[in-house]
Design a protein around this ligand. Structure first.
Ligand code: ATP
Ligand code: MG
Length: 563
């Protein structure tokens, strides 16, 4: 089972369609998951052959800009050549064998994409991490994953050095830098010297591809293992349906490389022959993002809602996005007000998706489907998504319950393999025939899902259940509110009440807080059912967030409850 033609011959013209057809046949149970699958060999090398025979528009497959004038553009053939060099470095210099683990902690540099592909070529398991990791985080991750090698940049190398004596499995360290550092091999130098000849290993579909530490929004991050097929094939459909990608598209996802969304983009874009655009984005700055969108022929944009909340604060009518035609968001709830503002000023919809590190896309608003503002869309094939009670029984439309994905009788092929080294946690994540996401929502009669909150974030006040997202969305509709996080707070009579932490828009910062509190409370009473209004309000300068930009309500809650 191979998409490519025999050695030396171009693949058949219909090869890209074959990937989609294969995905569909597996999803419908008409074909088993192939025994062997390797994304680098079966997808990237196929595109490089198609490109050679002129069956792809002349746009890069990868396009990186620094923002200060530096630029890297690779077509599939160049990406293939560079990643084969990188694979030789991993195999020969780091002695990485199939199944060995490598931590990959880099800012948005081209090397992140090269090493990801090189891991596929060598069969090494990549463990991405965000560049903000502290010494303690690094130690936890290196020890828990037993990684044999790490690749990182100048800023993180001293932190790794400080803890590497406590990480006995760590054998080699690669530095992406123009200078050298004792105890580290210089990746760029090795890459230049490495051969471009490398035979991609034959990986089985179930072999591990990546280990992700979850965002840690609710507690210690968990290790989620994905297989070659779960990620390598898992995004084919959402790449086409949700992201609407084609070989002429240039896809920019602003996500940090350490977060699953960077991999989601890689595995969504390249099967469709699209170009991945990357800006180094050393700081998240609304004007920088808007100027980049105006200066480059980006067709497809994906940002977390936090970034869209920032972007809509700007006067968007001053910008002209020359090629933009499709916008995506996900990772946390999108406030309807932000979607409306983006749509009215840019003229494009915001297509929200919902998923987890454990899964691929669970729900989405694909292009062409009617969007219901505030809903995260419908179940994304091949998942059977249901709202279930705590025993795993399916609940009727309109009833609040657990968002769940059917895993019996057949576990979807595009699903995490396990929580690594934690069979108890893996087992506890299932109830009856379903995997329980830990999120609460309801489904309407048309099959649209309405996110309420994470299980622990739902507020129980005088036996009313209140989802934080609805109250936050009502708050951000008020011009005074830049961002809001809503959590439970102890109350002697009601048990718990709704408390809102609010970051004010700059023009409202000097207003009388008492008057503003009353105004916002009245506003929420008008916008939602009155019992949901925040009885307590605190104005803060910022909200606690994960590095991926998600609001950490659990931190605010702990603070409220004195834990
Ligand atoms: P941890 O499991 O360690 O607490 P995490 O759940 O934040 O971290 P991820 O796997 O990155 O780690 O995030 C998945 C979660 O993000 C989902 O379970 C959901 O709570 C939230 N999420 C993702 N997309 C959306 C969305 N469109 N709307 C609302 N919430 C979303
Ligand atoms: Mg989670």
């Amino acid at each position: 089972w191979r998409f490519c033609g025999p050695h030396g011959q171009p693949p058949p013209l219909h090869a890209p369609q074959k990937i989609v057809a294969t995905w569909e046949a597996i999803s419908l149970g008409r074909q088993p998951v192939p025994e062997y699958f390797n994304f680098a060999h079966d997808v990237l090398d196929m595109w490089s052959q198609l490109e050679k025979v002129g069956h792809r528009p002349p746009i890069p497959a990868f396009w990186w800009v620094s923002g200060t004038g530096a630029e890297v553009k690779w077509n599939f053939e160049e990406l293939g050549e560079q990643s084969r060099r990188a694979a030789n470095v991993l195999r020969d210099m780091c002695n990485l064998q199939p199944g060995d683990r490598m931590m990959l902690v880099l800012p948005r540099l081209p090397e992140w994409w090269l090493v990801s592909v090189a891991c596929m070529r060598t069969g090494a398991v990549m463990i991405p991490g965000v560049s903000q990791l502290t010494e303690k985080d690094l130690k936890y991750r290196l020890q828990a994953s037993r990684a044999k090698s790490i690749i990182t940049s100048d800023s993180l190398a001293p932190r790794v050095d400080a803890i590497s004596a406590d990480c006995p499995t760590l054998q080699t360290k690669l530095l992406v830098s123009d200078s050298s550092r004792p105890g580290w091999m210089n990746f760029r130098e090795l890459l230049r010297e490495a051969s471009t000849e490398h035979n991609c290993v034959k990986t089985k579909s179930q072999d591990p591809l990546a280990i992700y530490f979850t965002s840690g929004t609710t507690g210690a991050p968990k290790m989620v293992e994905h297989s070659q097929a779960s990620y390598g094939l898992g995004f084919v459909a959402s790449g086409r349906r949700w992201a609407a990608l084609t070989p002429s598209d240039i896809f920019w996802n602003t996500s940090d490389t350490g977060w699953v969304k960077a991999a989601w983009t890689l595995f969504s874009a390249w099967p469709h022959g699209s170009c991945i655009f990357v800006h180094e984005l050393s700081r998240v700055d609304a004007k920088l993002i808007l100027n980049t969108l105006s200066s480059f022929p980006i067709t497809t944009l994906c940002c977390v809602p936090t970034i869209f909340r920032l972007l809509v604060q700007e006067d968007l009518t001053r910008y002209q996005f020359m090629s933009l035609r499709h916008c995506l968001t996900g990772g946390e709830a999108l406030n309807p007000d932000v979607r409306e503002k983006w749509k009215s000023q840019v003229g494009l919809e915001l297509h929200e998706g919902y998923g987890q590190s454990e899964t691929v896309v669970i729900c989405a608003n694909p292009k062409g489907m009617k969007i219901k503002s505030g809903s995260m869309g419908k179940a994304s094939p091949p998942y059977d998504v249901q709202i279930v009670d705590d025993e795993g029984n399916i609940l009727p439309p309109g009833e609040e319950g657990n968002v769940a994905v059917r895993v019996r009788p057949t576990r979807p092929f595009c699903f995490f393999s396990c929580y690594l080294d934690n069979p108890k946690k893996t087992e506890a994540s299932e109830q009856g025939d379903f995997y329980i996401t830990g999120d609460r929502a309801h489904k309407d009669k048309d099959g649209y899902f309405w996110f309420m909150g994470r299980n622990d974030d739902v507020i129980n006040s005088s036996s009313y259940r209140i989802g934080p997202v609805e109250v936050e969305s009502a708050l951000v509709e008020h011009p005074a509110v830049l961002e809001a996080a809503v959590v439970s707070s102890p109350d002697p009579i009601r048990g718990e009440v709704v408390k809102a932490f609010i970051v004010l828009s700059p023009t409202y910062c000097s207003q009388d807080p008492e008057k503003l509190t009353q105004e916002l409370q009245e506003h929420v009473k008008r916008m939602t059912a009155p019992y949901k209004y925040p009885r307590k309000v605190a104005f803060v300068s910022e909200l606690p967030k994960t590095v991926s930009g998600k609001i950490q309500r659990s931190k605010l809650r702990s603070q409220e409850w004195g834990r």
